[in-house]
Structure formats: structure tokens, C-alpha cells
Design a protein around this ligand. Structure first.
Ligand code: GLA
Length: 692
């Protein structure tokens, strides 16, 4: 407790500025606004309600011995906090939080609304979720409420407010997590009514909806909003299906904000408010969800226990992009999960690699799920720090080592954030529009994104992932793998970026549709065709690959577009070799220099080697240089900078040691670096001077 004693004095100075405002000012990279608390949180999900109180001290002492400084409590414990309607029992949680505080832990509180108690759903069955086939959920699982239920919102708000009143000013409580992994939509009558109200607000009149969705097709014309079915899948108008996603985004965002708005006035303004999200979750637009949250947080699991490190890093970068600031890794696995077909444990060393990878990509916290398996319940086989006997599992020493590293490195990492000269645009609308009509079953937008990301990340050693609306001026190279949905406003902003010296790269299927998922009247890239000075004459789904030759050589695997240059200054970088086929000799990749910048269109889904060549040439054109040229592919390299510091992090994901030639001025600061090498499965961090 002593090390936090100064916080009350600082409270006055900071309390007038909300964390969100500080983040916007760009002055704060760390994810909590408590300057007096550890800059890196390391901890675990702890469910005191599952254990006798007499055990709590032992558990907290063991957590402390593991090196943890943080616990997350509360989510899922609704039936314990409110055992009967309107009757609250917080005495146990008061004591649990007090015990955590006594052991020097920071506390994150989760609101328990992912798991409504049985009395609630029994008395008010209309709050229960209904799936797309009309089946109403029952009690016993979780997330079985309707996201549109007004009554459920009332109950959720009330329990959140009760918690905020009690713990909002508790000196140990640094953050609030709303609900837990919000996700499945509902198709109950209230959701249907909300859908109709949503469409009315979006389109103003039914005529406008008919126009934007082009309903003069299969007799889809609607006379009023009440006729529009609420559907997520199946034979439906693509405009309806994309708007369903806009609806789930609005509804989930409002569901979360219902609690945020209620607790904000009651909690310490330095405490963050977040909601924990899932791996590449397609349920809603995460950029929109995070607009009114302070930080992003997410749950990173490698279900099959066989990490693809680069792909995993892409998801970290996406999460960082939600707010373009550091985030919390709210959950990660102590070895294995319990929900994969085969729940293979990570190899020794890889749990530590996961933690450091998160930090290298901008996490200011690593929290394990979970401390100890409950004696019963759906997740008894999940990885945990302790076994069912209450003693450390074999993974505990590795976690303790990780915690020790992170605590030691925290002062250096404080106020630093990952640097990058390259940004990739992630567009939820585009991802959904592609999924609604893939045209090739293998055209998975996440796979396509990762295929572009992989060589860019490996070669540039830093990539930010941002929304299409983000300010791009600071990036030398911006890559949008499949920007299928492109609005006029986005196109204008991208054009400004290019004309002021930026280098923009569009991948296949870009600029094809508007935000009602209708085709633009001009060929791709639609509103950017003028800037490119070229358009897509035709697109082809491939069942066998087609050769690509030129500055980039290899194969178009599942997708190829024939690009037709119109302006004279369009440079063809590669063409197709497709004897007797439609694509023979046609341009596959073109670039046009415009103003001080350039725009490139890549029409082919390239094989990995060709993609790597493409990345090399794009990075060279944009004058992006790696931090450590020639580093072994097993080594993941990142720099976190800020507060006058630059910290180089090297993670060896391989099974053997690799040499690391340090840049001038680099000084070892910790980890497994010896004799110029990073040990197998080792981590090393260094301080750098002010320049790269
Ligand atoms: C999710 C949930 C946790 C737990 C873990 C298990 O991330 O948020 O409550 O179920 O999965 O992997």
C-alpha cells in the first residue's frame, strides 16, 4: 500500500481531465491514468465467490509470490451480489477487495451482466435471448440475455451503479470492465422493434431504404419499416445483411454505454472503463464500440496451442488501433484453453512469449485466466495458475518469471507506445460485405488481411492497424488489403493523404460498394478510380492459380483482377501469365505517382513469396527502413517509444538462439541476451537513443 500513498494528492491535479481527453491530447500512452501505480499490470482473474473466505489470504499471498500486482473480480457473480431482486449483498466483495488491497493488488472490477441470475430470467423471461431460428435461451449458460431488452438494461444499470457507488472511489480499483465479451445478437420482439427504429433513423423514409437497398428485385419492396425482417444470415438483400451488422454495432455499443454512462459520475476519473473483446470478433464494429470507452482490452487465446506469432500480432495491432493507444490484455491462457477440439498446451516458454508479444504491441497489462479452476462448472479443464489442490501448476514458475520481467521493465516501459511507419486499414464494413458474398469460398477477409500483414510486419518491424477514417498523415505507407466498402468521405481523405505525400496501397476488391453494400456505378476502385487512373475491367475467382510476372513474380492463387490503365502515367508493376485465359498479359499490379505521393492497386491474391517481394518493394518505395535489418524471421522486433525513451524488444519465437546485431547506442536492459544472441524462446529488451 505504501507505494500508492501519493495517489490522493495527485487526484486533485488529474481529476478534472478524463482519461479519454488525456489520450486524445496524445500526452498519455499508458493505459491507466494512475501515475502512481505500476505502469504494467500483471495479474489474474480471481473468483473469490467460488472459495471459502478462509482461503483468500493464502490465494492472495500466492499471487503476490507469483509476482502479480493486479486481480480482476466480479464478472459473473451477479447471483451472489443480488441474490434476490433488489436485495444486495456486497459484504463478501467488500472483504475480498479489502483483502486484495491489503496484499498490494490493483483491482479491476467487472460488471456481472454476462450472467443474469435465475430469479431475473424466471420472473422476466422476456429478457432472454432468442436466436435466429426463434429459440429462446434458458438459464445455466451465459450471455443468454437480449441486447435490446429495456428491462435487462434497467437491471444491468442498477447492479453496475450499486457496484460503482461502493467501489468507485476505492484506492485499489484502477479500472472497470463492462460485461464480458459481449457478442450474440437477439431476435426477440424488442430487438425487431429496435431494428425497425434503427432503419427509420438511418434512412429517414422507407423510400430511401428501398432506393439504397435496390429492393426492386425479387419483389423486396417495402411499404413500411415494420415489414423489414430482422435477419443475420440466409437469402437476403446484401444491404439488409450489412445493415444488420450496423444495427448490432449500434445496439451493443448502446448496451455497454448504458452502464458506462451510469457509473462514470460515481468512479474515480482516473479509472478506465473498458469492455473485453474477442479474437477478430465479427459481431460489431469495434472502432465504433470503443469511441466512448477509455481503453481497449481483449482476451488472447491460442486455442490449438500452436501459435502463428505474426497472425497473433496482427490482432494485437488491431486492438491497439481501436483507440490508437495502449490497451490491456485482460485475459490470456496459463498454458491451454478448454474449448478447442484438442486443448494442446503451449510449449515451455511460449506463455512468456505471449505476454511479451502483447507488451511489444502495446499492452500495458497481462492478466491470466484464471487463478484456480472451480470445483465444478463448465470450465474445470481450462488452464489455470493453480491446480484444483490449490498448489501451483507446472506453468506457475514460467508465469512468475514473466511477471518478474514485466515488473522490472515497467519503469522503462511507462509512457511508451509501439512505433510504426506503416499502417493497415481494417474496415469492418468491407469484411462483412465480403463475407456476405464471398464469390470464392476461400476469400476470407481475415486471411487476406493477415497475408498482407505478414511480410509488412516482418520486414518493417512495426505496423499499426487503424480505421479507414483515422488520421494517416504520420504514416509513410498505408495498406488497405480489401477496402470493398468505400464511402466518398473515406475516398476523399485517402486522396488527401496521397496528394500530401502518402503512399496508399489497395488490395483486391477495393472500392466496389457503398455503405449500404450497393455497387458503385463506376468500376473498382470506385471513388478512387480517378486518382488511380485505372479501373478493374473484370474480376475472376480462380480454382487454379495464374502466373504473375514482372517486378513481382509468383502466382495469383484464388483471386485475380484485370486492371485497365486509363491515365498515361500509370506504371504497370506486374502482369498475368495466363496462356489462352482472360488474364493473359493483363496488368496485375499498377502504381501511379500523384502529387507528392502514390497509389498502388494490387489485383491479385498473391502467394506468400510474391507477397513478400511486393512488401519489399512497397517499403523501399515509401522509404520505410526496418529497426534491425536482417534479423532472423524467428525474432519479433518492436520499439516502444515515449516519455523521452525508446525501448527495443526482441522476442525469439524459435527453438534455437539467434544473433541480434544491436544498433549503435543500444544498451541491454534485461532478459535473455548474452554473447550477442537472444536465447531460444528468449526475450530481451534494450534502451535505444533518441534516434533509430
Ligand atoms: C473467455 C471468457 C472467460 C473464460 C475464457 C476461457 O475469454 O471471457 O470468462 O471463459 O474465455 O478461455
Amino acid at each position: 500500500m505504501a507505494r500508492w500513498a501519493g495517489w490522493a494528492v495527485l487526484a486533485l491535479a488529474l481529476s478534472t481531465t478524463a482519461p479519454a481527453a488525456l489520450a486524445q491530447a496524445g500526452s498519455l500512452s499508458r493505459a491507466t491514468a494512475f501515475a502512481d501505480k505500476p505502469a504494467i499490470a500483471v495479474g489474474v482473474a480471481w473468483y473469490p465467490e467460488q472459495w471459502p473466505e478462509a482461503r483468500w489470504d493464502t490465494d492472495l499471498a500466492l499471487m503476490k509470490a507469483t509476482g502479480f500486482n493486479t486481480v480482476r473480480v466480479g464478472e459473473f457473480a451477479w447471483s451472489r451480489m443480488e441474490p434476490e431482486e433488489g436485495k444486495f449483498d456486497f459484504a463478501w466483495l467488500d472483504r475480498a477487495i479489502a483483502a486484495a488491497r491489503k496484499h498490494g493488488m490493483m483491482v479491476v472490477i467487472g460488471t456481472p451482466t454476462a450472467a443474469p441470475p435465475a430469479w431475473l430470467t424466471q420472473k422476466y423471461p422476456e429478457v432472454l435471448r432468442v436466436d435466429e431460428n426463434g429459440t429462446r435461451a434458458g438459464h445455466g449458460g451465459r450471455r443468454h440475455f437480449s441486447f435490446a431488452s429495456a428491462r435487462y438494461r434497467d437491471f444491468s444499470r442498477r447492479i453496475a451503479v450499486e457496484m460503482a457507488r461502493r467501489y468507485g472511489k476505492d484506492p485499489a480499483v484502477v479500472g472497470w470492465q463492462i460485461d464480458n465479451e459481449v457478442g450474440p445478437p437477439s431476435f426477440d420482439p424488442e430487438s425487431v422493434a429496435a431494428w425497425h427504429a434503427f432503419l427509420q433513423k438511418r434512412y429517414g423514409s422507407i423510400d430511401e431504404l428501398n432506393r439504397r437497398w435496390t429492393t426492386e428485385y425479387w419483389s423486396q419492396h417495402y411499404n413500411d419499416f415494420g415489414q423489414v425482417p430482422l435477419r443475420a444470415t440466409g437469402q437476403q438483400n446484401p444491404g439488409l445483411l450489412l445493415d444488420f451488422k450496423h444495427f448490432t454495432t449500434a445496439t451493443w455499443t448502446d448496451y455497454v454505454q448504458n452502464q458506462v454512462r451510469a457509473i462514470r459520475p460515481l468512479i474515480d476519473p482516473r479509472a478506465f472503463v473498458t469492455t473485453n473483446t474477442m479474437f477478430w470478433n465479427a459481431g460489431f464494429d469495434h472502432f465504433a464500440m470503443h469511441r466512448d470507452l477509455d481503453i481497449a482490452s481483449w482476451d488472447n487465446y491460442i486455442q490449438e496451442g500452436r501459435p502463428d506469432w505474426v497472425a497473433n500480432g496482427a490482432n494485437h495491432d488491431l486492438v491497439r488501433g481501436y483507440k490508437q493507444r495502449n490497451f490491456w490484455l485482460m485475459e490470456t491462457q496459463p498454458g491451454r484453453v478448454d474449448w478447442a477440439p484438442v486443448n494442446r498446451a503451449l510449449d515451455p516458454g511460449q506463455v512468456r512469449e505471449m505476454a511479451w508479444q502483447a507488451v511489444a504491441h502495446g499492452a500495458d497489462a497481462v492478466l491470466y485466466w484464471q487463478w484456480r479452476p472451480a470445483a465444478n462448472g463448465q470450465e474445470t479443464y481450462h488452464g489455470a495458475v493453480l491446480g484444483q489442490d490449490g498448489k501451483p501448476n507446472p506453468i506457475q514458475p514460467e508465469i512468475a518469471r514473466t511477471a518478474a520481467d514485466l515488473v522490472a521493465a515497467a519503469p522503462l516501459l511507462a509512457d511508451t507506445a509501439p512505433t510504426a511507419d506503416v499502417a493497415m486499414l481494417f474496415s469492418y464494413d468491407s469484411r462483412w460485405a465480403i463475407d456476405i458474398q464471398r464469390h470464392h469460398k476461400g476469400f476470407d477477409a481475415i486471411k487476406a488481411f493477415t497475408d498482407f500483414y505478414r511480410p509488412l510486419r516482418t520486414q518493417a518491424q512495426g505496423v499499426h492497424v487503424v480505421a479507414p477514417e483515422a488520421d494517416l498523415a504520420r504514416y509513410k505507407l498505408v495498406v488497405a488489403p480489401n477496402l470493398m466498402v468505400l464511402t466518398e468521405a473515406q475516398a476523399k481523405a485517402l486522396e488527401t493523404y496521397v496528394r500530401s505525400g502518402g503512399n496508399l496501397v489497395l488490395g483486391p476488391r477495393s472500392g466496389m460498394r457503398d455503405d449500404a453494400n450497393a455497387l458503385w456505378p463506376q468500376k473498382q476502385p470506385g471513388p478512387l478510380a480517378g486518382l488511380l487512373g485505372a479501373e478493374i475491367a473484370q474480376y475472376y475467382a480462380l480454382d487454379e492459380s495464374v502466373g504473375v510476372t514482372g517486378a513481382v513474380a509468383g502466382k495469383a492463387t484464388i483471386w485475380a483482377e484485370d486492371i485497365m490503365p486509363i491515365a498515361k502515367d500509370v506504371q504497370v508493376r506486374a502482369t498475368y501469365a495466363d496462356k489462352h485465359g482472360w488474364l493473359d498479359g493483363k496488368p496485375a499490379i499498377v502504381t501511379r505517382k500523384v502529387g507528392k505521393g502514390s497509389i498502388t492497386y494490387v489485383g491479385a491474391w498473391l502467394d506468400p513469396a510474391a507477397m513478400a517481394q511486393l512488401a519489399t518493394s512497397l517499403l523501399a518505395d515509401a522509404k520505410v527502413t526496418p529497426i534491425l535489418p536482417g534479423a532472423d524471421p524467428d525474432l519479433e522486433i518492436a520499439v516502444r517509444a515515449g516519455g523521452g525513451k525508446r525501448v527495443l524488444i526482441a522476442i525469439n519465437h524459435g527453438k534455437q538462439a539467434h544473433p541480434l546485431a544491436l544498433p549503435a547506442g543500444a544498451k541491454p536492459a534485461g532478459g535473455d541476451w548474452a554473447d550477442g544472441q537472444v536465447a531460444a524462446h528468449g526475450i530481451a529488451w534494450f534502451t535505444l537513443g533518441e534516434t533509430k
